[in-house]
Design a protein around this ligand. Structure first.
Ligand code: PEP
Length: 257
């Protein structure tokens, strides 16, 4: 089974809709100029909700091969939930992916594995692939409990899904101490945890699901360090924050091969 690498750029709470359009245009031109092979790496941008419509219009209008998604989704189907964006709304905007359980949401909005599980389920039901984020903080890493901690998040976040559903999911291993700090995990660190996630999915669901599931690494990925991380057998791509805001840099990451 070959898994197509996925490079997903999480813009977080940055850029307005005009800046979003300029970034996607520059990214598309750069990838075209460098003759990027989208079979070697799928490229996805994850703008704030307010930019998704502009990004959709540009990508659809210019028939770009870049995909797009959202940074979060409501646990509710819709109705009287002020401020919430439902999975059906994201599907209507053509989102292929949605990030759930990013460490910033777990930390600042107290999102539990159970909530992440519900959100991932809503995404799946709407035909959107969840990118389920897991990963340990610095204290857990220093205590040597990073694998057990991350696997517990995987168990809770994927609970109740079928093997077929899990096969199509994306899990992003993002050690919190590496996010936005410039301190990237070593390739061996990334491989250790990504391999453990795949083994857990094989045990809990099926070996087919484990083989097909894509596992990304996230945390200070840049063009200069991406190749060594991507050389690891259980790393199938990257979830990129800061570096995805620069078209040249993100294109360099996508062209890791
Ligand atoms: C992220 O926010 O998911 C992330 C990995 O950020 P950065 O690449 O900036 O570390």
């Amino acid at each position: 089974m070959t898994r197509t690498p996925l490079m997903a750029g999480n813009w977080k709470s940055n850029l307005n809709h005009q800046e979003a359009v300029v970034l996607v245009q520059k990214l598309a031109w750069t990838l075209q100029d460098k003759k990027h092979d989208f079979e070697k790496a799928e490229v996805v941008v994850i703008p704030p909700f307010t930019d998704i419509r502009s990004v959709q219009t540009l990508i659809d209008g210019d028939h770009l091969s870049i995909g797009y998604g959202a940074q979060d989704v409501s646990e509710h189907d819709g109705g009287a939930y002020t401020g919430e964006i439902s999975a059906a709304m994201l599907a209507k905007l053509g989102c292929s992916y949605v990030v759930v359980g990013h460490s910033e949401r777990r930390e600042h909005h107290a999102e539990s594995d159970q909530l992440v599980n519900t959100k991932a389920g809503k995404a799946i039901a709407a035909g959107i692939t969840p990118i389920v984020c897991v990963g340990e903080g610095l204290e857990v890493r220093q205590a040597g409990e990073h694998v057990a901690h991350t696997l517990a998040q995987v168990d809770g976040s994927l609970a109740g899904f079928t093997a077929e559903q899990v096969a199509d999911l994306v899990v992003a291993y993002e050690p919190v101490w590496a996010i936005g700090t410039g301190e990237v995990a070593t390739p061996d660190d990334a491989q250790e945890v990504c391999a453990a996630i795949r083994a857990r999915v094989a045990d809990t669901f099926s070996s087919e699901a484990a083989e097909s599931l894509r596992i990304l690494y996230g945390g200070s990925v840049k063009a200069v360090n991406v190749a060594s991380i991507m050389a690891q057998p259980d790393v199938d791509g990257a979830l990129v924050g800061g570096a995805s805001l620069q078209a040249d840099e993100f294109a360099g990451i996508a062209r890791f091969y």
